[in-house]
Every structure is written in C-alpha cells, then in structure tokens.
Design a protein around this ligand. Structure first.
Ligand code: NAI
Length: 350
C-alpha cells in the first residue's frame, strides 16, 4: 500500500466488504488538514481491485487540492464501489455503504459521482448524516462545474488575449455530458464559436443544432483550430502524443486529472500553452457543497462559484510576476495552505 504509485500520504484507506449486499468498496481519505474530507462515491465495474484503489487514491488527492485552492474548510476524500451501477446497485448495498461512512465518524462526507445519484444519497441518509445534498435546494442538480470552468475560462481569456470576454473566440469542447453540455450553452451565450466532439452522436447533433457548433471526430478534437480547448470527458488527455498536436493558446476544462503525467505540464509550458489546473477550473462542486451550509439558493451558489474566476485571475497575475506556470502557482498555494493548517492543528492538539 505505502509504495503504491498513487499513494501520497493518504491519512486513511478503508477496504469494505459486505457479504449480504455484495458491497465491495474503498474509501480513501487523503487529507483532513483543512476540515472533514469530502468527495463523491463512484460506482464503476472496475476491471480489477487495483484500478479501483488507484482511482480512489488519485481522486481523493484531487479533492484535497480542489478544496484547498478555492479555500473551503474541507479535506479530500473519495469512495469507490466496485460494480455496475445499472445492475448491482440496491438499497441494501447503499445502506451498507452508508454504514461504512457512519463508522468514519464524520471524517468523510459522501457525495454523488459517476454511477451514483442524489437519490442514492437520500437512501444513505437513512443510516448516516454525513452526506452532501442535505437540503431541498441542494437536491436540485445545478451545473456548478460548468459555471466554474466558464468563469476560469473567461478570466484566462481576458488575461491572455486582453479582451473583455470570449466574444469572437473559438472554443473546442471535448465531451458534452453533465459538464461539457451546459458549458456549451455558457460559451455560446458569451459569443464564442464552438467546436465539439463526443462519442455520443446525439449529444453532438444537439450542440450543432442549438449552437451551430462545428463537429469534429473525437480523436481529432485535440487538433481543433481554436483558441481554447476545454477537456470535459476523460482524464489523461494531455500527453506526449496529444500536446504536439494542440493548436490552441490555452487549455481550461472540467475533466479530472487531464495531465497524463508530470512531464505534460512542462511540455505545455514549452509550447507556450497556458494550462489552467483542472483542480481549479473543476472546483465548482466543492464550492457548491460549502454553499449548501451557508445559503444554497441557486443564485447564491452560482455567485459563489464565480470565485473561481477571481482566483484564476490572481493565479495568472502571480504566474506572470514570478515567471511560473499557473499550475506551479496553484501547487504552491495548496502546499502552503495545507502546511499552515497542519501546523495549526498540531499546535491545537498539543
Ligand atoms: P458525463 O459522463 O456526463 O459526460 C462525459 C461525456 O464525455 C460523455 O458524453 C461521453 O460520451 C464523452 N466522452 C467520453 N470519451 C470521449 C472521448 N474520447 N472524446 C469525446 N467525448 C468523450 O461526465 P461529466 O459529469 O460531464 O464529467 C466529465 C469530466 O469532468 C470527468 O472527467 C469528470 O470526472 C469531471 N468532473 C465532473 C464533475 C461533475 O460535476 N459532473 C465535477 C468535477 C469534475
């Protein structure tokens, strides 16, 4: 475990099995330095246990970074349930998962993710109070991640192109799901041209029909003749094969873990392509969760998510002043916040 390539000082990793319901799950708590860990529960038919563990380790770490960069008082956690959500999900299984969450005493707050829904959280609430979406308003889906990506994108365009927004720019969006779909609406409304790609022809047709988007085959969207690329589908999309093919000036999207490896950030910087860290652009969900406990009216939540744009401007300004990349600046900010919180927590404990 401790030599696992994705292990990064995680505080706690729980492997859970419940014979009666068939639950096989992993909960990874990366950090509680800033507060109780928060993160979604992914249900997926992983090919093997190792892939499930890697996912839990990487995604929980990303949650720590998301919470820290936007300054909400939560840490990073994630859970995965091994199984096909279409066939293996049951109330008994969700209840067994909720018992695991309850046993963690509030150090992990569970949210919805790929393969789980707000309705599943409602089932879990019969057993644990440590779930997201506890208010009526929070039970309504709101495209917070798309709004966060959009505000980061506008802030970056203003900084890089010296314009007032996205009007007249061309934005290529890869993946037209929960994030990419509403992002199309926001980008089109801002006066930008759209290039889109998705494996689902219906989603592409919809974007073409509604916004006059230009469609590209999924394997060609990285070479779109555009100003901005917004990866909103898969992780690992920026690698040694795709980075040389990019024709955009900046990359800003919602997909988690866009960089295939540590070399990818340097390769983008060498090409002069501005990369907004995925954990900043895609942090709308953690702000939404925090807002749930303050004022979760939709308009208040969307206003709070707009903070991502202000943080992006600050990061870009610092990056320009220090000759660093936005990723370098964000990583430093996160490290500083976690170190300060660790010191404070230690001095409180002693
Ligand atoms: P989704 O499953 O609703 O949509 C993903 C879309 O990408 C699908 O339409 C799929 O057909 C398409 N796709 C898959 N492979 C593709 C490819 N090779 N080329 C083009 N399109 C492809 O997923 P969702 O929720 O929109 O999430 C997208 C990304 O954003 C994921 O990486 C997710 O982890 C991340 N994310 C999502 C958040 C959310 O609130 N939904 C929050 C933060 C990050």
């Amino acid at each position: 475990m401790f030599s696992h390539p994705d292990f990064d000082g995680h505080e706690r990793i729980v492997h859970a099995f419940d014979a009666a319901s068939g639950l096989r799950a992993i909960v990874a708590i990366h950090s509680t330095a800033l507060g109780p860990s928060f993160g979604g529960c992914r249900m997926w038919p992983y090919a093997d246990d190792g892939s499930a563990l890697s996912d839990a380790l990487r995604l929980s770490r990303a949650m720590t970074f998301k919470c820290a960069i936007v300054g909400v008082p939560y840490g990073g956690g994630k859970s995965v349930i091994i199984g096909d959500p279409r066939t293996a999900k049951s109330d008994a299984l969700l209840t067994a998962m909720a018992r695991i969450v309850e046993s963690l005493g509030g150090s992990y707050i569970i949210a919805d993710d790929v393969g789980t829904s707000l309705a599943d959280l409602a089932v879990m609430r019969g057993t644990t109070s440590h779930t997201a979406a506890t208010t009526t308003s929070a039970m309504q889906p709101l495209p917070v991640t798309a709004h966060g990506v959009f505000s980061a994108m506008v802030a970056t365009a203003v900084h890089v192109f010296g314009t007032s927004g996205l009007a007249g720019r061309t934005v290529a969006i890869q993946g037209l799901g929960n994030v990419g779909g509403p992002l199309c609406d926001l980008v089109a409304a801002a006066g930008a041209r759209l290039i889109v790609a998705d494996l689902d022809p219906g989603r592409v047709a919809d974007a073409v029909h509604r916004h006059g988007a230009h469609a590209l085959p999924p394997d060609r969207v990285v070479e779109a003749d555009a100003d901005i690329l917004a990866p909103c589908a898969l992780g690992g999309v920026l690698d040694a094969a795709t980075i040389p093919r990019l024709r955009v000036s900046l990359v800003c999207g919602g997909a988690n873990n866009q960089l295939a490896g540590p070399d990818a950030a340097a390769a983008l910087a060498r090409r002069g392509i501005v990369y907004i860290p995925d954990y900043l652009a895609g942090a709308g969900g953690v702000i939404d969760f925090h807002q749930e406990r303050i004022d979760d009216r939709p308009q208040a939540t969307l206003s709070a998510v707009a903070a991502i744009g202000r943080i992006t401007t600050d990061v870009l300004t610092q990056a320009a002043a220090k000759g660093d990349t936005p990723l370098g600046i964000c990583n430093q900010m996160v490290a500083q916040r976690l170190a300060t919180a660790d010191r404070t927590n230690r001095s409180r404990a002693s």
